[in-house]
Design a binder for this molecule. Sequence first.
Ligand code: FAD
Length: 278
Amino acid sequence: VVEALPSILTGVDAEAVRLVQKGLKERGAEVIVGAKAMEAGRKGKVLTVKVEVDGKERVLECDKVLVAVGFRPNTEGLGLDQVGVRLSPKGFVEVDERYQTSAPGIHAIGDLTGPPFLAHKASKEGEIAAEVIAGRKSARDWVAMPGAIFTEPEVGTVGMSEDEARKAGYEPLVGKFYFSALGRAVAIDHTDGFVKVVGDKASKQLLGVTIAGPEASDLIAEAALALEMGANLEDVALTVHAHPTLPEAFMEACKAALGEAIHRLNRPERPPRSPAPA
Ligand SMILES: Cc1cc2nc3c(=O)[nH]c(=O)nc-3n(C[C@H](O)[C@H](O)[C@H](O)COP(=O)(O)OP(=O)(O)OC[C@H]3O[C@@H](n4cnc5c(N)ncnc54)[C@H](O)[C@@H]3O)c2cc1C
């Protein structure tokens, strides 16, 4: 995996990224960060990729090359300017919270309107735009958009990271629970990973959740529901979760944030280490 930035999965919790990198390494992959792919070629039966790392050239040999960069909106040549549809400097269609463009009667949704580039975001926006077109009083009002990364282990995110919470003016309260201390994770022999919750220290409102580990893409749904319903850390901590199940880790992380953990030591979380080492 050749990545130009200092870390893969930019914007994801550094500890979750380290876990994904560890999984890749265990399965024989090499992750090279801060590296620029310069050109691909062929040497006999193998493919080659010329990479620049720290100003030095390196040639990687491989069976297949997958180019996963170069994403851009396909708005050119449609004559959007002729009908008055305004584009952002990066070429995305600008819309309001009703997915109305600057041209009355023309709506836009999905990737074309900018990040995050997610299927469920595009789908939700499509519903709202259709309702607006049908004359309903509908508009974008979700609290947080969940994301799932189907790596091994999986990563699920929703709401703010610790950093984002701080930037938004909150004093973050962080709680973490490791799957290694969870009965179900031990039973299924998948103990790598954790649930990390971020709350607001003053109000105890839940602000964001990162899950790295078994079934993270499924587990994040409960966190999305909690955020959407305006739950605070106590709401989740006081919700009885069936045992032994993976979602118990979310409850335990909220308890840990409140200093009320009973299946791990109660101590403040250490600040996150970053950037993630390759
Ligand atoms: C490899 C890959 C994996 C992904 N995995 C996930 C995932 O696991 N989870 C997730 O949430 N998201 C995932 N995504 C992102 C997700 O696919 C997109 O966010 C989503 O499809 C956006 O929906 P959309 O309707 O905006 O655009 P699209 O699904 O791209 O639909 C746009 C359609 O418009 C058509 N079109 C383009 N130009 C024109 C034109 N001029 N006239 C007529 N038709 C046109 C295109 O052919 C296309 O069919 C993934 C994307 C990729 C590329």
